[in-house]
Design a protein around this ligand. Structure first.
Ligand code: HSE
Length: 412
């Protein structure tokens, strides 16, 4: 028997307890011994639950209990999660977390403490919910130089974009439904502004390339500005809009990292990933493209990955899993203005012939995109592939135009 504790009995924490109870026989077999949830930390009370006697409001009950060898952190947020996780590691308890904010902000420090003390700090559920992605990236694809990682890393926004494309739903209606289904963060601005996808992009970049990448180094745009007109134009191009987290490895071991809505051609595998599903494409130099798809949010899918980490820690209670990265390095993540891009640009022209002349001068012979019922003075065109900085500078110099809006196009 091994005793564990769970910090937080919200969506993920309650799912962890539920899976450990419902699948106890199978999990005991996998782990080699029974796993007992000895303590659950939560400020609320749950008298109706059959395990109501396990709850405590006092973290010290867990910290001081030497029987508890593994702690699951499912509280979310940076504080007090960071303080509790650090204290657990310093008290020689291995930790499993689903908390992407914590791992993206403090992963290097917590991994270093775990390494120093011969413990494990595992966080498979922090990226892609139930999708196995971190272990495969770290272990199964270890032989490869990873050239690129691109993923749909937020279930809420993928669900919303799917509803906006397929059912013509408005932004607010789609968000309310995602919240009702338990996909969204407590503060859904983290979803719709791209911060959640940014944290997951940082974790993938840190693990794949061995040094910590912080959220503040990653250019991040969410989906709050995506309109029905954008949806129409993407469809007219034969594409869909997805919120993509992308890391491209470039010369000198530098990285381009970005989170942004992008237009993807419908034949791209990521374009076919709908609803709350997440997907991560990893491009290795030997293996080629590998795509991982599954449920990226929700109680049991996320808890499934957490419990798998718990089982792994039980099996390796006296041995370390070598999931690790070092501290970050200033300048390693390049300015996105230097990255190559093509964009769908939409603008309103005072004089369309004059605007077309400026477009030809700046971008050459471009492809125009039209949609039914667009205003007659609206122009939409696809830029050639150039640096982002060059595209933005050319657009900023245009005369006699307004409402300039540019959407990135994913070029693999
Ligand atoms: N709010 C997150 C999402 C939960 O929608 O993907 C899983 O990280």
């Amino acid at each position: 028997m091994i005793s564990i504790a769970v910090l937080g009995h919200g969506v993920v924490g309650s799912g962890v307890v539920e899976i450990l109870r419902n699948n106890a026989a199978h999990i005991t077999h996998k782990a080699g011994r029974p796993i007992e949830v000895k303590r659950i930390l939560d400020l609320r009370e749950f008298p109706e639950l059959p395990y109501a006697d396990r709850f405590t409001k006092n973290f010290d009950d867990i910290l001081a209990d030497e029987d508890i060898r593994i702690v699951v952190e499912a509280m979310g947020g940076l504080h007090p999660a960071y303080d509790f996780v650090k204290a657990c590691l310093l008290a020689d308890k291995s930790v499993v977390t689903s908390n992407k904010e914590l791992v993206a902000a403090k992963g290097d420090e917590l991994l270093a403490i775990a390494k120093e003390r011969n413990l494990n700090f595992l966080f498979e559920a922090s990226v892609g919910g139930g999708i196995p992605i971190l272990r495969p990236l770290d272990q199964c694809l270890a032989a490869n130089n990873i050239n690129e990682i691109a993923g749909i890393l937020n279930g809420t926004t993928n669900f919303m974009l799917t509803k906006m494309f397929e059912q013509g739903m408005g932004f607010d209606e789609a968000l309310a439904l995602a919240q009702q289904l338990g996909y969204a963060e407590r503060d859904p601005s983290a979803d719709v502004e791209g911060k959640d996808a940014c944290r997951k992009t940082c974790i993938l970049a840190s693990l794949a390339y061995g040094k910590h990448v912080s959220p503040d180094e990653v250019y991040t745009e969410g989906i709050t500005a995506i309109t029905k007109e954008d949806v129409q134009y993407a469809e007219a191009m034969g594409g869909v809009i997805k919120l993509i987290g992308r890391v491209v490895h470039t010369e000198g071991d530098r990285l381009y990292c970005m989170v942004s809505p992008m237009i993807l051609s419908t034949d791209n595998l990521l374009a076919q990933v709908k609803d709350v599903f997440n997907a991560v494409m990893v491009r290795g130099d030997s293996v080629g493209d590998v795509v991982f798809v599954g449920r990226g949010a929700g109680k049991l899918p996320t808890a499934s990955a957490v419990v798998a980490d718990v089982i792994d820690e039980v099996k390796h209670i006296t041995a370390r899993k070598y999931l690790f990265w070092e501290s970050g390095e200033p300048g390693r993540v390049l300015d996105h203005a230097q990255a190559s891009a093509a964009k769908l640009v939409r603008l309103t022209a005072e004089d369309t012939a004059a605007a077309k002349a400026q477009i030809a001068t700046a971008f050459g012979d471009v492809t125009y995109v039209t949609v039914p019922n667009a205003p007659t003075n609206e122009l939409a065109f696809i830029t050639p592939t150039m640096t982002e900085g060059a595209i933005d500078a050319a657009l900023a110099a245009f005369d006699g135009v307004s409402g300039v809006k540019a959407l990135r196009i994913y070029i693999g």
